[in-house]
Design a protein around this ligand. Structure first.
Ligand code: SF4
Length: 369
């Protein structure tokens, strides 16, 4: 192909993704009408209170709606407004979050609540630009809160919206590329309507969750089926088309289960990072001799080999395979990466901020007790 031809082809490919005003209008009408019919009745959809919208949006990141519902209801019961959340101790916030995963979100929520109170007198900022200055609030969350709670005509683009809109405009560029992000943002800016922008954004999220799923989009049920470029081109040909999940790495760990006089040894994770700020039975990477040496340096002595019981914990990017080994620790010392080690009475475990993995480890360890 000559240089001139490839330049023409590139231009055609790029222009393919542009959403004209008439197409945008038809798409807005179709998806909002569909949303009015098909929307699920979710607790955070019964209000436009920016605090509730914000909490729900943070909880819904990387987490399924069904999982979030009970957490959201409990959290709103415990911290009903931004001032209550700002006043709370971080340990209480982590406890309320315990089991929901991605704990950095809870820390961000708490820090942002304090800023809303100190900088804005407990009144939520109304624009995407102001919202974005809060801890843990990125472009997506700012757009979602500003559009849903305050009616700002702002896009809210997360991974789901990238996929749905990428398919709708027949995007060929790799979804992670700058070109793709630019094309989807331009399409969303054209698509988000001046009237009911929040409902449009919620409709798009709902479409991604219930119809235009990652692996098996239900195109015949989709309000966009007649104008979807992805369908026209064949979904395999576009970015965001149904793909098989890549295999995730497996990490082998040994958990030291130490009990002394009715108390369990827990190690606390550093605040930033996986399971930040939460307690868990001390973990070390296997194989066994390596884990044994790591624990020994911290004054934790494993009894023989790990028992037959193990726990498999699936995270987004890896699977943790944890074998349980009973151990003894008379004078436990520091163990990287933990910030501290302490015995917690078993009666207080329920009230201690711990991850789901940690609770499973404790449950399995003491199943017979
Ligand atoms: S028609 Fe199919 S691919 Fe296109 S947006 Fe709808 S569900 Fe997704």
């Amino acid at each position: 192909m000559s240089g001139t031809h490839s330049r023409v082809r590139e231009r055609v490919d790029r222009d393919d993704t542009v959403v004209s005003p008439s197409r945008a209008k038809a798409a807005q009408k179709a998806i909002v009408a569909w949303f009015d019919r098909a929307r699920r009745d979710l607790p955070w959809r019964r209000t436009k209170d920016p605090y509730a919208v914000w909490v729900s949006e943070i909880m819904l990141q990387q987490t399924r709606v069904e999982t979030v519902i009970p957490y959201f209801e409990r959290f709103m019961g415990r911290f009903p407004d931004v001032e209550e959340l700002a006043r709370a101790d971080i340990a209480d916030v982590l406890l309320a979050w315990s089991g929901l995963g991605y704990y950095r979100r809870a820390r961000g929520l708490h820090a942002a609540a304090r800023e809303v109170v100190s900088r804005y007198g407990a009144k939520f900022p109304r624009t995407t630009d102001e919202l974005r200055t809060l801890p843990g609030v990125g472009e997506y969350t700012a757009g979602a809160v500003a559009s849903i709670a305050f009616g700002e005509r702002a896009p809210a683009i997360d991974g789901n919206v990238m996929r749905v809109v990428g398919r709708y405009i027949g995007l060929r560029a790799d979804v992670g590329s700058t070109e793709a992000k630019r094309a989807v943002r331009a399409a969303c800016e054209a698509l988000v309507p001046p009237v009911r922008p929040g409902d449009f954004n919620e409709a798009l999220m709902e479409l991604g969750a219930t119809v235009c799923s990652p692996t098996s989009p239900d195109c015949p049920s989709c309000p966009w089926r007649r104008s979807c470029r992805g369908v026209e081109l064949g979904l395999d040909a576009v970015a965001g088309g149904p793909k098989k999940r890549a295999a995730v790495p497996r990490v082998k760990l040994i958990a030291a289960i130490v009990e002394r006089e009715g108390a369990v040894l827990l190690a606390r994770r550093p605040l930033d990072g996986l399971f930040g700020g939460l307690g868990e039975p001390p973990l070390a990477e296997g194989p066994l001799p390596r884990a044994r040496t790591t624990f020994a340096r911290a004054g934790i002595e494993l009894h023989g080999k790990p028992g037959p019981r193990s726990v498999e914990h699936v995270l987004t990017h890896k699977v943790l395979e944890v074998k349980l080994a009973t151990a003894r620790a008379d004078a436990p010392q520091s163990l990287a990466p933990y910030t501290d080690l302490a015995y917690v009475p078993r009666s207080q475990l329920q009230a201690t901020p711990m991850s789901t993995l940690a609770r499973r480890l404790v449950r399995v360890s003491f199943a017979d007790a």
